[in-house]
Design a protein around this ligand. Structure first.
Ligand code: NAD
Length: 499
């Protein structure tokens, strides 16, 4: 196995490459009694779990461990997050997390530490749950490096360290493991254990996903690491553990999940744009197509956001380019999805100008964007398509923009967009709008009523409005994948157009 760091896409200033390491000899498997004792000691709080990063992934993981009976130490570099956690709160609307934090605090099984090294000294199993975003297609591993160093300074014999963010293949073995060994002066597989376990949750149902949704994907830096990790993860993942042969494989597995979704959404977007022009409702056709067991078309939409799907293809493209491998499908998927905010804004504005009888100058248009979160049901705004939609509207000269979101009450990033306001009152946000664009599929947007909408045109960027119900004489609804031909009075193409 190539143990150099040459495959790991890290920041330019990251740690220098290490020489190749000799393969570790396999040691005999531990007896079943050791596994039983280990499970019992975790459950009775004797061996503590430390979670580094109490965000969208770390907070539900901490809560899941508390629900399983374990004692959890939480550390986050944000003082505010630590302060909230001490009050049994988080800033994320994730079911059961806050209640579980309160129970853990009440039973003295949830301890928030201010010192990350002490958290490592006092824990047995350490989970790294910090973000890894893309910077110019490279993974920014700064937070991982920082946490790994802190853990190493408190590492003891018998401890287990798990990396959970989605990362370029090679990160666990060639980046995290050397930091742990160098700073602790202990040896992996002999003195301590290292695993990679990609988190696969869907925001908004994270605890359910961990406990009941999927098996855990687990890979160890060696057989000892894999053994001990399998015992640990089976305590919370009821669907069990899928053991992979190497961390590199598990790291790539998680990227594959993201690329598959990105490319699939791009295909749906491409077909939806074609449908719009030929008098076909894509949603109707898609539902019928998906009844065939080989067809799994995802939903088209105004943009792909969040900290996961738009990010992982970039890691894959970066690896491919470093290995001089062409990857046109992954690349096109990103391109298609990246263009959707601009496509949607163009379509919505040009439709408005064709349909609305009183033509207004675009600079006098009042546009309401529904949703700032990257998708419905969450408050996470990372890489939300709404920012791109605002930029596209600005380019067209539209200045009067209101954003509504039921879950995002404040957003510092929106301050960068001069004059754009954020509101959580839906009726107020809709009042007087010329154009309403649904950007996130929050459930409350699916049944907008005629009184609220007034004479505005609704552009449904998520395909959530039921257009079969009566909408009122003035209301026109259109959107991605909708049959626009009749709304825009475009003649449907005839067979002659295709000859
Ligand atoms: N959000 C998801 O749905 C999801 C799903 C699957 C996988 N992931 C992966 O998990 C990673 C983490 O995502 P997230 O959504 O939890 O991020 P997040 O931003 O919600 O939370 C990360 C937390 O880590 C803290 N943090 C940052 N640097 C730190 C440091 N040096 N020491 C301690 N704490 C630090 C932050 O303050 C924050 O509270 C992502 O990069 C992604 O690879 C996320």
């Amino acid at each position: 196995m190539d143990r150099t760091r040459s495959d790991v896409s890290t920041r330019e200033n990251a740690r220098p490459a290490r020489p190749a390491r000799p393969a570790r000899p396999a040691r005999p498997a531990r007896p079943a009694k050791y596994h039983e004792e280990l499970a019992a000691r975790i459950k009775n709080g004797n061996l503590k779990i430390a979670i580094y990063g109490l965000g969208h992934v770390g907070a539900p993981l901490a809560a899941t461990w508390i629900r399983a009976g374990a004692s959890v130490i939480g550390f986050d570099k944000s003082e505010k997050v630590r302060e909230y956690a001490r009050e049994g709160r988080t800033q994320i609307p994730e079911p059961h997390v806050n209640e579980t934090f309160s129970i853990g605090l009440g039973e003295n099984r949830f301890l928030i530490y201010d010192d990350p090294v002490a958290a490592s000294k006092d824990s047995f199993f350490k989970m790294i749950c910090v973000p890894v975003m893309a910077e110019n297609a490279n993974a920014n591993l700064q937070a991982v490096e920082n946490v790994a160093s802190n853990i190493a300074m408190g590492l003891k014999r018998g401890d287990v360290v798990a990396l959970t963010p989605s990362v370029p293949p090679g990160t666990t073995e060639d980046f995290v493991l050397p930091i742990l060994e160098e700073k602790s002066r202990l040896e992996c597989e002999k003195d301590f254990f290292v695993v990679y376990n990609p988190e696969r949750i869907y925001e908004g149902r994270a605890i359910h996903d961990i406990e009941d949704g999927y098996p855990a994907i687990v890979a160890g830096a060696g057989p000892q690491s894999l053994n001990v990790a399998s015992v640990i993860y089976q305590l919370i993942f009821k669907k069990g553990v899928i053991k992979l042969s190497s961390p590199r494989t598990a790291e790539f597995e998680k990227l594959i999940e993201g690329v598959y979704r990105d490319v699939n959404i791009a295909l749906a977007n491409e077909l939806a744009m074609i449908s719009e022009r030929i008098g076909v409702d894509f949603w109707e056709a898609r539902n019928a197509a998906n009844s065939q067991s080989y067809c799994h078309l995802h939903r088209p939409g105004i943009g792909v956001g969040g900290a996961c799907i738009p990010v992982y293809p970039q890691f894959v493209l970066d690896i491919a380019s470093k290995k001089s491998i062409e990857s046109p499908i992954t690349k096109s998927g990103r391109l298609v999805n990246d263009r959707m905010p601009s496509y949607a804004v163009n379509e919505a504005l040009s439709a408005c100008q064709r349909i609305q009888t009183k033509t207004k100058n675009l600079k006098d248009y009042r546009v309401t964007l529904l949703g700032l979160a990257f998708r419905g049901g969450v408050s996470d705004t990372r890489l939300s398509p709404t920012y791109r939609v605002i930029e596209e509207l600005f380019k067209k000269g539209v200045k009067n923009i209101q954003v509504h979101d039921p879950l995002v009450l404040h957003d510092p990033a929106l301050l960068n967009y001069h004059g754009v306001s954020l509101n959580s009152n839906l009726a107020l946000s809709l009042r007087g709008a010329d154009l309403i664009i649904i950007v996130a599929d929050h459930t409350e947007y699916s049944d907008l009523n005629v009184e609220e909408v007034g004479n505005a045109i609704v552009y449904d960027g998520r395909g959530i409005i039921d257009t079969s119900r009566p909408f009122g004489p003035n209301l026109v609804s259109m959107g991605i994948g909708k049959n626009m031909a009749s709304q825009l009075k475009i003649q449907k193409p005839s067979i002659r157009d295709f000859r």
